[in-house]
Design a protein around this ligand. Structure first.
Ligand code: NDP
Ligand code: OXD
Length: 316
């Protein structure tokens, strides 16, 4: 029997445990929070084959001598210190339809709200102002998505169905039917010039940290809007506030901040053109995630490549 150790939110872990008991009883599924760690590492650590975690425990190689794969509970792996993990240990990010659907919903909600000027109308409502602004058609609105992975591609496919002019940018470029594709640093300025609404769906790496900054905002069309669903440290918050102040940007929907939770005295809370949510754009859904994990376990156990295995040299 193979043993899976789960180390993340215990309430959601209980759901995972119940689903495993129901559909995959051949796996032993253990929750970190059910273990007694008061006397040091329990003997069961020596039997752990797979770890599913948001933050993995330290010293994996010494404490889990049988560990075969580290699975991230989320799509991102930036919470892992990859340099501290055993070099040969495969690391797999979460790719599962529930997580993808959640992101598609959130970005669609935010894109439609920005397209239809909702931050402005909400401000007007607060000021008891009845004032009409021109309504642009979706065909005249250009949406640019940074990051064309699992989430970026699915999001673009849905945004297209509203008739938006869709653009996508990534490191290596990706052909997506109906989307104008841009690749690499050379094409970033052209991509930005075509993004009335910019969506960040990049992983956080040394290359992408701080990328949403004044220099980038200056390359967007005047009055552009931002949807930030990547990671908080992508964004230089002071540069965003300055761009909102100058009118270079008209609004921003931020699901992620740096740090999280956002400090109570941050100027972002009160800004009328900023909408904030507490990192809820999407969440791994236990039902669909267990199926995705099981499919990957089967792949691993039959020596096939797993879906979502990261390239540690790239950091995603
Ligand atoms: P993927 O790994 O599938 O895709 C990453 C994409 O980013 C690829 O297209 C990649 O390009 C591109 N990319 C990476 N580095 C660069 C770079 N330096 N320059 C240009 N493009 C780059 O990731 P997912 O789509 O699954 O997830 C994306 C991110 O979304 C996660 O890492 C996480 O940060 C965020 N997220 C946020 C959530 C939330 O609730 N707010 C929930 C889930 C995820 P290439 O293909 O060329 O390598
Ligand atoms: C993720 C997240 O990476 O929830 O899945 O942010």
């Amino acid at each position: 029997m193979k043993t899976i150790l789960y180390k993340s939110d215990p309430k959601r872990g209980k759901l995972w445990q119940d689903i495993f008991a129901d559909i995959a009883p051949d796996y032993r599924f253990i929750q970190w929070t059910d273990l007694d760690l008061s006397q040091g590492d329990p003997a069961i650590f020596a039997e752990v084959d797979y770890l599913v975690a948001w933050m993995p425990p330290e010293n994996l190689a010494q404490r889990f001598p049988r560990l075969n794969v580290l699975f991230s509970i989320g799509a991102g792996v930036d919470q892992f210190d990859l340099s501290q993990l055993p070099a040969e240990l495969p690391v797999v990010r979460m790719v599962e339809p529930g997580l993808t659907q959640g992101m598609v919903e959130y970005v669609t909600f935010a894109a439609l709200a920005l397209h239809r000027d909702m931050p402005l109308y909400l401000k007007q409502q607060r000021e008891h102002q009845w004032k009409v602004h021109p309504v642009a058609s979706a065909a005249k609105r250009r949406i640019g998505v940074m990051g064309l992975g699992e989430l970026g591609e699915a999001t673009l496919n849905t945004l297209q169905s509203f008739g938006f002019e869709c653009h996508g940018w990534s490191r290596s470029g990706k052909a997506i039917a109906g989307v104008t594709g841009w690749a690499g640093a050379d094409q970033l300025p052209e991509f930005l010039a075509h993004s009335d609404i910019l969506v960040c769906l990049l992983p956080l790496t040394d290359e992408t940290r701080g990328m949403l900054n004044a220099a980038l905002f200056a390359q967007l069309p005047n009055g552009a809007a931002l949807i930030q669903t990547g990671r908080g440290p992508h964004l230089v918050a002071a540069d965003l506030l300055a761009a909102l102040e100058s009118g270079q940007l008209r609004a921003a929907v931020l699901d992620v901040t740096d740090p999280e939770p956002l400090p109570v005295d941050s100027a972002l809370w009160e800004h009328p053109a900023v909408w904030l949510t507490p990192h809820i754009a999407s969440q791994t859904q236990p039902n669909t995630a267990v199926n995705a994990l099981l499919a990957n376990l089967q792949r691993f156990e039959t020596q096939q490549p797993m879906i979502g295995e990261i390239d540690k040299t790239k950091g995603y």
